[in-house]
Write a protein that binds this ligand. Structure first.
Ligand code: ADP
Ligand code: ADP
Length: 225
């Protein structure tokens, strides 16, 4: 059950090829990490999956549909970036409800889904707070809830833990795994932190110079010989 398929994908900025001829299959419901040093092409790959960067060549298939030429907002993808981009003037509740309101969903359903999303990330009781009145970890969980309520087929997370201190980072790792098991959403996760990939991912894509150097479970990649 391939869910996200990248086929012969070449990604460029002008004449500079950042990612040449990438092939990758993501399985439904897995948490896969793109791991590698700065500049290896992780973000570029994510931007292509998200529809924020048009491939020079190759195809992107999500849930059986060729989305290579489909607009970003029509791909059923959720994005969580390292800067949470929450709306500072809106309450936690309204931040999470925002995308649902844009869809002109009935108010009762907006309430139900928003409350469920907030509960999923452990923020019940914080609905009225503004982002500035919440900790970094809580803001990160709020950003996660905001994506989850849209019920994406795939959730893309770009260094989602990098702005958190060590303790919160551990907390959020557990939280991400819990949310993934609970919702079954396929997650693609970018990190330059090997320990993070090891702790979180079902499989790790180790990238170097725009290419996949190794691909496998944490055990396959890092087991002692
Ligand atoms: P990351 O955290 O993914 O490494 P960077 O700090 O490298 O991100 O890049 C931040 C922004 O700068 C991104 O929007 C990226 O597209 C852009 N960028 C990165 N490298 C270059 C470059 N060589 N020339 C122009 N823009 C770049
Ligand atoms: P990573 O996310 O792994 O840090 P990126 O995908 O941001 O790597 O970058 C891959 C390559 O593409 C790097 O060589 C980077 O300099 C280049 N790059 C990224 N964004 C841009 C951009 N907006 N313009 C030009 N080059 C870029």
């Amino acid at each position: 059950e391939k869910y996200v398929s990248l086929r012969n994908l070449t990604l460029s900025y002008g004449k500079t090829v950042a990612v040449p001829n990438l092939n990758l299959d993501v399985v439904e419901g897995e948490l896969i990490a793109l791991l590698g040093p700065s500049g290896c092409g992780k973000t570029t790959t994510m931007r292509a999956i998200a529809g924020l960067l048009t491939p020079t060549s190759g195809t992107i298939v999500i849930d059986g549909r060729d989305v290579t030429r489909v607009a970003a907002n029509k791909r059923g993808i959720g994005l969580v970036f390292q800067s949470y981009a929450l709306f500072p003037h809106l309450s936690a509740f309204e931040n999470v409800a925002f995308g649902l309101r844009l869809q002109k969903m009935p108010e009762t359903e907006i309430r139900q889904r928003t409350e469920a999303g907030i509960a999923t990330v452990g923020l019940a009781g914080f609905e009225k707070r503004k982002p500035a009145e919440m900790s970094g970890g809580q803001q990160q969980r709020l950003a996660l809830a905001r994506s989850l309520v849209m019920e994406p087929k795939v959730l893309l997370l770009d260094e989602p833990l990098s702005n958190l201190d060590a303790r919160l980072r551990l907390e959020m790792r557990t939280e991400l795994q819990r949310v993934q098991k609970k919702t079954g959403v396929t997650m693609v996760f970018v990190t330059h932190d090997q320990s993070e990939a090891l702790a979180l991912a079902d499989r790790i894509v180790l990238m170097k110079d725009g290419k996949i150097e190794q691909l496998g479970t944490p055990h396959q990649l890092y087991a002692e010989p």
